[in-house]
Design a protein around this ligand. Sequence first.
Ligand code: IPD
Length: 254
Amino acid sequence: MDRYDLCRALARDAGKLAHRAFGTSVVSMKGRHDVVTEMDREVERFIRSAIAARFPGDAIIGEEDGGSNGERLWLIDPIDGTANYARGLPRYCVSIGFVERGVPTLGAIYDPSNDWLYSAAKGQGAWLDGQRMAVSPIADIGAATVECGWSMRRPSQAYVDLLARCMNAGAAIRRSGSGALGLADVAAGRAEAYAELHINAWDCAAGLVLVTEAGGFVNDFFAGEGVRDGNPLIATNAVLAGKLAEIVGIPTIS
Ligand code: IPD
């Protein structure tokens, strides 16, 4: 089994494991509006041990147990959309990305509620199960839907300003609580863009590969200390990229 096969198989198996405790796993708080469940930890352990058994030399960073960077790096979010998951809202996923020498090359996102597996490998296209994905062709910001991700890591006013700028430009906005699924929606052409003032690498590593391979545009997320500290993110189609970057105030190149 190569890394791409492992990435897809693990995302699916881990998602099925998570789904067993959907809405019932014991919850604790990592911070204000920052939830973790027992299942987040169990799923991360499951994914880590499978990767370590197959590729013992690879580095792993996960949302719950951390880790350190390496030339071949796996970035794991065992449950993305944890607040939804914990409350029994069926919008969450497992996200597994693989980055080689700073370049995101593999990604798999499994949405257990719909039994949808999104996957992409550099140069091999982006797929939703057996169907090839392509980003939306919409070029008019006035006809675009932009998902604006939110967390407590940036001031509330900065988020309100982001929403206002998107709405004043004529876009529809959305926030559904899973950055990884937000990126999968952009790859699948269900939203024109995803923007967030700060997101962590494990939330978006897989989604970046999906959007790029679906013909979309993403900013240089892994610039600087993106792996360790996270960065701002925009993901959209090539025609909207410049305009949207201006609107949300996130540079296309860092
Ligand atoms: C969060 C979600 C959210 C995004 C945040 C993430 P979590 O991840 O993806 O949509 O806006 O930046 O932290 O806590 O559900 O794994």
